[in-house]
Design a protein around this ligand. Structure first.
Ligand SMILES: Cc1cc2nc3c(=O)[nH]c(=O)nc-3n(C[C@H](O)[C@H](O)[C@H](O)COP(=O)(O)OP(=O)(O)OC[C@H]3O[C@@H](n4cnc5c(N)ncnc54)[C@H](O)[C@@H]3O)c2cc1C
Length: 381
């Protein structure tokens, strides 16, 4: 599979499976297993894995384009896919135990969805500082933890879980483990009823004295923090920015359709023909959307050819994308007026979904804190 084929497969899934069901999935907070099955059967679940594992060895450019295409139809499904690819990259960065290799082969074969379970009730959005601690007893490692939000909770085949290392001394001395969904003691701890991203099953989960299976410790003790920063953060921030881009594109398209179809019959004109103010607001939405696309291209270039400014771009991209998605979808709500407010259009779903980006860790506020410190040369942690 190459870049073009991957993107066209994503668009096909978006048009055939996601778009027709998005409204009802949002209403019912229904996870799209059909979309995950289609992502698996088309090879998109293993898109970044090496070819010897059965993957397509594609990079951040394809990752971003596929996610944006999915998000344009259904941001919840795009988030599920994004968390899966972040989890997969983390597993692929682990020592190649038999269990790790088998998991990666299952992912490439489209049989396995994974996700990240980092956030904890105790440290909230500060995912880099889990409060749960793994315990070692002889050869076995066990973990009890309260994970506050896990996208694809109860739907994934495995969970990439963070915890303080058994002998770690500082708040970021964490380790990452992979827990298969059938692990005794692992359970979904409540329902998911969010304002937005309602169809991605982001429920809390509990681990009660769960034993880490042989070969499924993904990092050395204390090296979880480094994997979070070096593997997960760049992909996650690029991916959430791409979800934001998909939402903005959908908002522009939905607004344009409304302005071209809704009419002032007494004036004999469409809204778009009649009101310059609506055209001007639509223009601003388009400018912001294309600006976000350019920012994402720049981040991809920085990830493909890493340099001194790469981490700054990683941080900036998600902070900016969160704000842009909220601004563009808010403008769409205003421009489409009562039709949007009364849920006659998909715009209000986009508006609700857009608010998740800034809330997901690292939140927009935390990113600004990091960026400000980085510019001033102050250590981030
Ligand atoms: C749809 C959705 C899906 C999610 N999926 C996952 C998942 O799959 N896995 C996972 O691990 N987590 C997931 N999360 C959790 C997410 O990453 C955050 O941990 C969570 O949203 C934080 O919410 P909180 O209320 O606990 O934040 P709090 O930490 O209580 O933050 C409250 C406010 O304080 C601000 N704030 C916090 N710290 C600082 C700081 N240092 N400087 C400035 N401002 C600060 C925040 O920006 C926020 O405005 C998901 C969240 C959402 C909304």
């Amino acid at each position: 599979m190459n870049h073009e084929i991957a993107v066209s497969k994503a668009k096909e899934i978006a048009d055939r499976i996601l778009a027709p069901a998005a409204r009802q999935s949002d209403k019912d907070a229904r996870f799209s297993s059909e979309a995950v099955a289609a992502l698996g059967s088309t090879g998109l679940l293993g898109i970044m894995l090496s070819t010897d594992l059965g993957g397509s060895a594609l990079g951040p450019r394809t990752f971003a384009a596929v996610i944006a295409a999915l998000a344009e139809a259904d941001a919840s499904a795009a988030m599920v896919y994004l968390m899966h690819l972040c989890g997969t990259a983390t597993i692929a960065g682990a020592p190649s135990s038999a269990a790790v290799v088998q998991t990666l082969k299952d992912i490439a074969a489209g049989r396995h969805l994974t996700t990240l379970a980092f956030s904890e009730a105790g440290s909230r959005s500060h995912f880099w500082a889990p409060v749960s601690r793994a315990k070692r007893n002889g050869d076995s490692v066990r973990l009890s933890a309260k994970k506050s939000w896990v996208t694809s909770a109860g739907q994934a085949q495995s969970y990439v879980v963070s915890a303080l290392a058994p002998d770690g001394s500082g708040p970021t001395d964490s380790t990452l483990y992979l827990f298969p969904s059938a692990t005794p003691g692992l359970s979904v701890a409540g329902p998911w009823d969010g304002l937005g991203m309602r169809a991605n099953a982001s429920a809390p989960m509990i681990l009660e004295d769960c034993e880490v299976e042989s070969g499924l410790q993904l990092t050395d003790d204390g090296a979880g923090f480094r994997a979070m920063l070096e593997i997960v953060l760049p992909l996650f921030n690029l991916g959430t920015s791409s979800v934001a881009l998909g939402l903005c594109r959908a908002a522009v398209a939905g607004t344009a359709t409304h302005l071209n179809s809704a009419r002032f019959e007494h004036l004999g004109q469409t809204l778009g023909e009649s009101l310059p103010t609506l055209r001007a607001q639509l223009a601003t939405m388009q400018i912001d959307t294309d600006g976000l696309a350019a920012r994402i291209d720049d981040l991809i270039d920085h990830l493909e050819r890493p340099r001194e400014t790469t981490m700054l771009r990683v941080l900036e991209s998600k902070a900016a994308a969160g704000d842009i998605a909220i601004a563009v979808t808010s403008a769409a709500m205003r421009v489409c007026g009562g039709a949007a407010f009364s849920k006659h259009l998909a715009i209000e779903r986009l508006f609700r979904d857009a608010h998740a980006g800034a809330v997901m860790a690292p939140t927009g506020d935390v990113l600004r804190e990091f960026i400000g410190k980085a510019v001033l040369g102050i250590p981030l942690f």
